[in-house]
Write a protein that binds this ligand. Sequence first.
Ligand code: PHE
Length: 366
Amino acid sequence: MTIEPMTAGDLRLALERVRTSVHERLEGADTAKLEALRLDLLGRSGELTLLLRRLGAVDAAERPAIGQLANEVRREVEAAIAERAQELQSGDLERRLARERIDMTAPGVLVRVGHLHPTMTVERELREILHAFGFEVFEGPEIEDDWWNFEALNIPPDHPARDLWDTLYVAEPGSWEAGEPRPAEDGTILRTHTSPVQIRAMRTLAPPIRVIMPGRCFRYEAVDASHNFEFFQVEGLVVDRDTSLADLKGMLEEFARALYGEGTKTRFRPGYYPFTEPSVAFDIGCLVCGGSGCAACKRSGWMTILGAGMVHPAVLRNGGLDPDEYQGYAWGMGLDRITLLRYGIADLRLLMGADLRFVSQFSEGR
Ligand code: PHE
């Protein structure tokens, strides 16, 4: 490209025009327009670039002054472009800030966090305590049949002890529809206690066995503030060589202290269960009155928290184990009453009521 000669005066004028017009030209330019203007002025064949090239053709005497002017104009143009670019950027930012504005003082949206049912909170606590004593959890079905729930536990048909566990029967298929419901012929029932899981544990695991078996149970009960037809138990079972009643006593005493505190008073009374021999009832000092006698402990100063005993030889045999080789102890305790006492709840029926106004008062279990 040939460079047209230009007089020093014309060049000066042209430079001054660029200088005075640049701000006006940049005004309101968006990013794309700004880039186009930059190329128009400073690109390889941009206006200012071409003017600068003409410097060499200017009179040597005039050159220093015009050269200085040219440099000033270039710096000003560059600065003006940079300034506009900056404006555009912070304009973007301001628009974004306006768009994404958050009112930190606005009230939040209430997030409802679920929690465990109080009975399950207590069950987990028992699991934790017994885990520390070396017990694993073993679970069995809520629907059993007569053999597992009764016979395997040394309770033959027509045995009077069956009255203790009056059960809920599953109807023989069709009998309900026919208007004459009768118990299922195959003996299907809802389990009345967690003890049948003892048999399942013995048949599944090899000694030494050390398990707890928590779960839901059912009984044919008249429902009142302290009885329900649906409730929870935690069963415990230890089977090993040389297991004794002394082991059972020590275990349960330590367990009561872990659950209710170091100073907890405990006592054993003789009891009766067809599936343990000997059988005991295990009491703790009344948690309400401390032992002086009140309505909660029927003036006795004691509360029975569980039944226990040495596993009956017939039960070991039904579990597939040789009673000459192994002994064991077992216990069964109700979870619901522990829960009532823990939270000061007066009526057992509330636990099964599914009333959130009640249940959500006991939200410690996550
Ligand atoms: N199964 C008994 C009950 O429900 C409790 C129990 C379990 C007693 C294990 C002794 C041994 O009443």
